[in-house]
Write a protein that binds this ligand. Structure first.
Ligand SMILES: [Zn+2]
Length: 216
C-alpha cells in the first residue's frame, strides 16, 4: 500500500494541488519529458529498491519479523506503510528545460525536477537529483535505517569510507554547500557512493559537479 501521509510539511490541500499538477503534466508531457520519465523509472527500478523498501534490497533484515503460529515461529515481512513504492508516487514532476548555472535542479516547494535537454544522457546528474527527491519524501525513521544499511554495505566495499564521508560531510562543508546548492548530508553521500559503485562510476561522480537545489 502506498501512503503519502508523511510528506514533509505538506497539507492535505497541498497534496490535492500537487496531484492535480502531476496529472495535468502527465497528460501534456513533451517527448523529451517522456524520455526523461522513462529513464527515471528505469533507474528507480534498478537502483532504488532500498529507498522504496522492497524485500529484495539491502533493507530486507529490517522488514523481517517472527511471530508464533500454533506454537511454531513463523517469519513474516513487515509492510513499510510509511515508504513509497516508486519515485513517481512522490508527485514530483520531471521537466526538461534550460537552467542557468546548474546541471540539474530540484525545487521542493514546487515539487519539480528540471534537467536541461543536453543533460538527458547524464545518468549521474539524474541520479543525483533523484536522491534529493527521496530525501524530501521519506520518513526520518526510514532514512535512519537506510543510512545504517548503506554504511554497513559500503564499509565492506570502500576501505576509506569514513574519510570520504568526513571530507564531504563535516559541518563547515555542509553549511557552505547549503548556501551554494542544497543539503548533501551523510545519507545523501552514502547513496551517491552506492550508485557510483553500482554504475561503475569513479567515486564522487554522482555527488558531482555544480548543481543547485532549493530546499523545501
Ligand atoms: Zn545536490
Amino acid at each position: 500500500m502506498t501512503t503519502i501521509s508523511n510528506f514533509k510539511g505538506i497539507s492535505a490541500k497541498e497534496k490535492v494541488k500537487f496531484q492535480e499538477q502531476y496529472d495535468l503534466w502527465m497528460c501534456n508531457r513533451t517527448q523529451d519529458e517522456i524520455e526523461l520519465y522513462d529513464l527515471i523509472i528505469e533507474y528507480d527500478e534498478k537502483l532504488f529498491k532500498d529507498f522504496t523498501f522492497q524485500r529484495e534490497s539491502l533493507i530486507t533484515p529490517f522488514l523481517k519479523g517472527k511471530t508464533k503460529v500454533n506454537g511454531k515461529w513463523v517469519t513474516f515481512y513487515e509492510n513499510p506503510h510509511e515508504a513509497i513504492e516508486s519515485i513517481t508516487d512522490s508527485l514530483y514532476r520531471f521537466l526538461v528545460a534550460d537552467l542557468e548555472d546548474a546541471e540539474g535542479l530540484v525545487k521542493h516547494p514546487t515539487r519539480t525536477m528540471t534537467i536541461p535537454l543536453h543533460n538527458l544522457g547524464r545518468k549521474d546528474v539524474i541520479l543525483h537529483e533523484m536522491i534529493h527527491i527521496y530525501e524530501d519524501v521519506l520518513h526520518p525513521m526510514y532514512k535512519e535505517i537506510l543510512q545504517h544499511c548503506l554504511y554497513v554495505r559500503l564499509s565492506k566495499k570502500i576501505p576509506d569510507l569514513d574519510t570520504h564521508i568526513l571530507e564531504r560531510c563535516n559541518l563547515a562543508i555542509l553549511h557552505e554547500n547549503a548556501i551554494d546548492g542544497g543539503y548533501h548530508g551523510p545519507l545523501f553521500h552514502l547513496k551517491s557512493l552506492d550508485l557510483d559503485c553500482r554504475c561503475r562510476f569513479n567515486l564522487g561522480t554522482v555527488f558531482g559537479g555544480k548543481r543547485i537545489e532549493e530546499q523545501g
